[in-house]
Design a protein. Structure first.
Length: 96
């Protein structure tokens, strides 16, 4: 959600700047692409394995990560477990 907020803020900033200086038009999409590229510093590929949410949390903790992507063996959907700021865990599952 942080990246989404940053993109919206940046998009609004570009739009406002474009309204102020109509002579210096920058393509908003190009600017957003540039902004996103600046934010992504590493790309990592990995194999997604079936797991229960509980086992995914254990794996995440063993790896020392703040989130873990897995195929939920209960629902069959790609899911994400994550560590919340309150030190509890969350589960993200797609609807479709």
């Amino acid at each position: 959600h942080k990246l989404e907020r940053q993109i919206k803020k940046y998009r609004n900033k570009i739009i406002q700047r474009g309204r102020k200086s109509a002579g210096n038009k920058i393509g908003i999409e190009d600017s957003i692409d540039t902004f996103i590229k600046k934010q992504i510093v590493k790309v990592k590929s990995f194999t997604i394995k079936p797991s229960s949410p509980e086992d995914a949390v254990l794996q995440m903790d063993l790896l020392g990560h703040d989130f873990f992507v897995f195929i939920n063996s209960e629902s069959g959907k790609t899911s994400v477990v994550y560590r919340r700021k309150d030190k509890k865990y969350g589960l993200i599952e797609p609807e479709a």
